[in-house]
Design a protein around this ligand. Structure first.
Ligand code: PRX
Length: 630
């Protein structure tokens, strides 16, 4: 695989990838293990929309992540696992051991009737077994749907039912700092409402006593002991589903993004090697949770496909103290560190003693993902963690894109503060004006779209292709619309300015305002609500809820806390509003549409610039909202 190592190699690769995408991607795909080569590299029509890569090709993703590395790397550490508590021993899982464990999971699933195409829900803590589980599904062609273990029971129900999962892989509990999370209890309460689930396999992690339902629930260790350590890899069509991953949308219902086998593998491997310039024997650490796309692509599939050593961390950055990340870097001599701006901003508030205590000299490269990185965080990260020697790759991408799209290439692309910089080879961004005209010049600002497919793009929303079309392909017909705004500067460098739709990014997590509103509305005192984002020092954006109650609450703080708990119960603690303001009315147009622009200004504290309010049904509500801002 030809990876660009200099700026001229990048520009040449980029030029080729646009001039002849079929040839460009075929050369990359040639390096993988295929059971049968493809007939056609790409077939696509963004109007339908339909996208297919490597049609006619047959392969299995796990053969590429595991079997093909065994001759040279059987004893190399594939997963380096750092537990929540620093005193607990580290685990090192070699490629050989990983292969065996994945085969055992595959056989365990088969034993319980799981076949190619069946959906399996994974609701597990950050332990190596979650990787065994994902790859075990992929081994036999079952489709995994990993649900972040911080999501509530209700969120789990929605996700299991939407894709009709047959089996759940979970654990008796999870550690999170000094807390133990009862994830089996959450699964138990969800499953009363999930008739499609036949079996639950439970890993022992915390050894907390849990309720096991006879006939349905089984112990992971018992089941794994009964099955063989070899399992032939299922032959998969290039376009067969590899996994479903849910992401928030602008309606209350999450979208099950569907990723397929070959295109995903090829892009993720290529972007991993290119952006991070990975060389053998380096230790790569991505701090995301496997429940998000970043974990799927850059803890699991990318590094393993590239034969890397991927560090997986169970804990949190602030426990036992604010030096935990830096401790892990020293302990495992991490070379590449990939995290989110929200983590940097929170660690930045702690004393520098927590950083200076540790030897960070193994670091060669830093990465950032999930939201725009602000200049102050960038500077702090660059100076104190990278010691002004390590480039920072600010990687822009989405659950829907599967892999990194716009990003510096380490040591290759000139860095610009807070810019995602340039598109990777194979990525063809366009900037649109509000009327949907492509702006071809530089020094412009508009909306970011793509005019050509790339192999790891999501193919559909599970069970709702029309929604896929409406969400991504209708705003600018013939183009994929990202939902983000951006600037392109005089040199053609991109800076992502944030979402232009009703999605807010809180601590790097995508959340739909409609989803939070419908959760708030479930509180019995609430008649209606409207949620907007506001700038937050640590989280990037915070959640500000304007709430109308049937009757003015007597004890406001008590009701606010209850509302927060309602949201935590329905979605998960990450969606709790930071600020709640009780109001008597919301600014609505005569057609009943909430004017969020006004609410956003209030939430931002910019009440002097509310703009035109004359089209409102009742302009008086604005005065009340302004005066009661929290
Ligand atoms: O708004 C962009 C923001 O995160 C959104 C995608 O969120 P999600 O699907 O959860 O995936 C996050 C991990 C890839 C994007 O539409 N975003 C992501 N990375 C960046 C970013 N915004 C600015 N700069 C980034 N580097």
């Amino acid at each position: 695989m030809k990876i660009p190592h200099s700026f001229s190699e990048y520009t040449e690769a980029y030029r080729e990838s646009v001039a002849n995408p079929e040839k460009f991607w075929a050369e990359i795909a040639d390096d993988f293990r295929w059971k049968k080569k493809w007939d056609k590299v790409v077939e696509w029509d963004f109007h339908k929309p339909e996208v297919k890569w490597f049609t006619g090709g047959k392969l299995n993703v796990t053969e590429n992540c595991l079997d093909r590395h065994l001759p040279a790397r059987a004893n190399q550490t594939a997963i380096l696992w750092e537990p929540n508590a620093p005193q607990e021993p580290t685990r090192k899982i070699s490629y050989r051991e990983l292969h065996e464990q994945v085969c055992r999971v595959a056989n365990m699933l088969k034993k319980h009737g799981i076949k190619k195409g069946d959906r399996v829900c994974i609701y597990m803590p950050m332990v190596p077994e979650v990787v065994f589980a994902m790859l075990g599904c992929a081994r036999i062609g079952a489709v995994h749907s990993v649900v972040f273990a911080g999501f509530s029971s209700r969120s789990l129900v929605d996700r299991i039912n939407d894709s009709q999962c047959r089996l759940v892989l979970t654990a008796d509990g999870a550690y999170r700092g000094d807390k133990k999370i009862d994830i089996k209890g959450i699964v138990n309460s969800a499953l009363d409402k999930c008739p499609s689930i036949e079996k639950v396999i439970v890993l022992q992690r915390t050894h907390t006593p849990v309720e096991m339902k006879p006939g349905r629930d089984l112990w992971w260790h018992d089941e794994m002991a009964q099955v063989a350590k070899e399992c032939a890899a299922e032959e998969m069509d290039a376009e067969d589903m590899l996994f479903i991953l849910y992401t928030s949308g602008s309606t209350g219902k999450p979208k099950g993004m569907v990723h397929t086998c070959a295109g995903y593998l090829v892009s993720i491997d290529y972007t991993f090697r290119t952006v991070f310039q990975y060389t053998p024997d380096q230790v790569f650490w991505c701090t995301a949770d496997v429940g998000w796309i970043t974990g799927h692509s850059y803890i699991v599939y990318g590094p393993l496909s590239a034969g890397a050593t991927t560090l997986m961390f169970e804990g949190i950055p602030s426990w036992p103290d604010m030096g935990r990340f830096w401790h892990v870097i020293e302990k495992h001599k991490v070379n590449i560190f990939y995290t989110a701006p929200t983590a940097i901003r929170s660690l930045q508030t702690a004393s520098l003693d927590f950083v200076e205590k540790y030897d960070l000299s193994s670091l060669r490269l830093l990465g950032s993902v999930g939201e725009p990185i602000n200049e102050e965080a960038w500077q702090w990260y660059h100076k104190n963690i990278g010691k002004e020697k390590c480039p920072i790759v600010d990687t822009w991408w989405q659950t829907e894109t599967g892999g990194i799209m716009i990003s510096p290439i380490a040591h290759v692309t000139k860095l610009k503060l807070a810019h995602a910089t340039l598109p990777l080879p194979g990525v063809q961004p366009v900037v649109m004006d509000e009327r949907g005209n492509v702006m071809t010049e530089n020094s412009i600002e508009g909306r970011l779209a793509m005019r050509f497919p790339w192999p790891s793009m999501a193919r559909t929303i599970y069970g709702d292709h029309q929604r896929f079309k409406d969400t991504y392909f209708s705003t600018f017909p013939g183009h994929y619309f990202t939902g983000d705004g951006c600037r392109r500067d005089e040199e053609g460098y991109y800076r992502i300015t944030g979402r232009v739709d009703d999605i807010i990014i809180v601590s790097g997590h995508n959340m739909g305002t409609a989803e939070i509103e419908s959760a708030i509305d479930e509180h019995s005192a609430v008649a209606e609500s409207a949620v907007v984002g506001f700038p937050h020092d640590i989280k990037g954006q915070g959640i500000y809820a304007f709430v109308i109650c049937y009757q003015k609450p007597q004890e406001e703080e008590k009701v606010k806390n209850e509302i927060r708990e309602t949201v935590a119960k329905i979605i998960g603690p990450i969606a709790k509003p930071d600020k709640i303001q009780f109001v008597n009315g919301l600014p609505k147009t005569r057609s009943g549409k909430i004017m969020r622009r006004i609410l956003r200004k209030v939430a931002e504290g910019d009440v002097a610039n509310l703009g035109d309010t004359t089209t409102l049904l009742d302009p008086a509500v604005v005065e009340e909202i302004k005066n009661g801002a929290v």
